[in-house]
Design a protein around this ligand. Structure first.
Ligand SMILES: Cc1cc2nc3c(=O)[nH]c(=O)nc-3n(C[C@H](O)[C@H](O)[C@H](O)COP(=O)(O)OP(=O)(O)OC[C@H]3O[C@@H](n4cnc5c(N)ncnc54)[C@H](O)[C@@H]3O)c2cc1C
Length: 423
């Protein structure tokens, strides 16, 4: 509530009301924990990390205290035991307060989600399962016990991140492990993470590179031969500090495999919603642009004079249109994150592409409309909207499911069944 006012502040309302969206009690409690943390910790720090393009390392330390680094780690391993949807909803609440922190958190959490609930759904032999459970337990203990932070560098600047060809970063099998060589661009958390969850191609001398031989390795940041290079001065998502990582003859022990051989390829093909995990941040930004507009037009935005602008019919229409777009975005996204599972139907995969495209494009459309509607004073850098606008622009660019690639696949996979060709 705002002081003396009985109207609830819009930003105090959860994006997905637990009753209306039928969330379970435990799910609702975890999402609320993230929301409270976002409001209390992320919001006051967001502007400075954006201005300086610095990583919010102190926030990640605080996340450890709050249990949030282990949100998707099974309870038996000391984590909070969140599933895919709960994670998505929690990440959206964080994205509402700081896009860059939420996006970086996503990179970290995916290292636990992919090895956790997602891997549990994949076919593995009994031996693979035993090996995987043993290795992931070490990795979870680092996070739960020591507050270790993981990142997720897969982009290389070529066609590999889109899933078209094998990763150019290669792991050559050697005694006791691998020698890794390669380069990753846009590696969020570079220089801040303790482990880089690198996707690379296992390739023995003389073998051809194949996507089937993708390895997912947790490379300790301090390993000999790892370096962070280049600068980072982007339009938005500045606090992710996504610089370039170089690996030069880095020895990685076999036990640092985050998935058994061949399992990442199985995950990418049978659990496609794993790539929808970049969207929650932007769902939060879409909500934030809307929240800002409502508070601003009511003359209630903290840090601005109490001037009301809500009485103009054009403002009312603009807010109504924003609400329509927000509800459409929420409904489609909620459906897509609710039906994520192994071996989804074709319809579910197409819906996931549509959801990703919608969230990424609408987050930016909503923030652009918010600036257009609120007016000049609303885009000054002392207010959050200008940052939301820049951060939201990044969503459509994120491989492997860029907005364009989602459209490409939606069109093609709707018109062609698997294997169909024109003469
Ligand atoms: C803020 C931010 C943080 C990021 N963090 C990470 C991270 O932590 N880890 C990570 O691995 N990556 C990260 N990325 C990288 C991201 O996924 C892209 O790899 C990055 O934006 C570089 O893209 P590019 O210009 O090289 O894309 P390109 O491959 O040059 O693609 C340019 C455009 O062409 C289109 N295109 C590309 N391939 C195809 C295709 N096969 N079919 C049809 N169209 C295609 C797409 O629309 C794409 O947007 C991050 C990006 C941003 C913006």
């Amino acid at each position: 509530m705002t002081g003396g006012d009985t109207h609830p502040h819009h930003a105090d309302v959860p994006i997905f009301d637990p009753g209306a969206f039928r969330l379970g009690d435990e799910e609702a409690a975890l999402v609320d924990r993230a929301k409270q943390f976002g409001a209390r910790v992320l919001a006051p720090r967001a502007a400075q990390h954006d201005a300086d393009a610095t990583f919010p390392i102190e926030t990640f330390r605080d996340m450890h205290g709050e249990g949030l680094l282990g949100i998707c780690i099974p309870k038996a391993e000391g984590g909070l035991g969140a599933g895919y949807r709960t994670y998505c909803l929690a990440a959206a609440e964080l994205g509402r307060y700081c896009g860059a922190t939420a996006l970086s958190w996503n990179m970290h959490v995916c290292s636990t989600l992919w090895t956790g609930v997602l891997a549990d759904d994949l076919e593995m032999t009994a031996a693979e399962r035993t090996e995987h459970d043993r290795r992931r337990s070490r990795h979870y203990q680092r996070i739960v016990g020591d507050g270790a932070i993981y990142s997720q560098p897969f982009s290389e600047g070529g066609a590999a991140a889109a899933g078209v060809v094998a990763f150019g970063t290669e792991a050559r099998p050697v005694d006791g492990g691998f020698l890794v060589n390669g380069k990753k661009i846009f590696a969020s958390l570079s220089g801040a993470a303790d482990y880089y969850g690198v996707l690379c191609t296992e390739r023995a001398e003389g073998d051809a590179a194949s996507r089937r031989n993708t390895l997912y390795l947790g490379i300790p940041a301090g390993s000999k031969g790892v370096s962070v290079v280049g600068d980072w001065d982007p339009l938005g998502m500045r606090g992710t500090v996504s610089r370039t990582l170089l690996f030069k003859d880095v020895f990685v022990p076999e036990d640092e495999m985050l998935m058994p051989r061949g399992v990442y390829f199985r995950a990418a093909t049978s659990w496609p919603h794993m790539f929808l995990t970049l969207s929650p941040t932007y769902m939060g930004l879409a909500q934030a642009a809307y929240d800002f507009t409502v508070a601003y037009l009511r003359g209630e935005l903290p840090g601005t004079p109490p001037v009301k602008r809500r009485m103009y019919p054009t403002k009312q229409i603009a807010v109504a249109e924003m609400r329509v777009m927000l509800e459409q975005t929420k409904a489609l996204w909620f459906q897509a994150i609710s039906e994520a599972r192994a071996n989804p139907t074709k319809e579910q995969v197409l819906r996931a592409y549509a959801a990703q495209h919608t969230v990424m494009e609408n987050a930016n459309a909503l923030s652009a409309k918010a600036i257009r509607t609120c007016g000049g004073q609303a885009m000054l850098k002392n207010l959050a909207l200008e940052r939301i606008f820049r951060d939201s622009r990044c969503g459509s660019l994120m491989l492997p499911w860029t907005a364009e690639i989602c459209l490409d696949r939606l069109g093609r996979e709707t018109l062609y069944e698997a294997g169909e060709k024109d003469e």
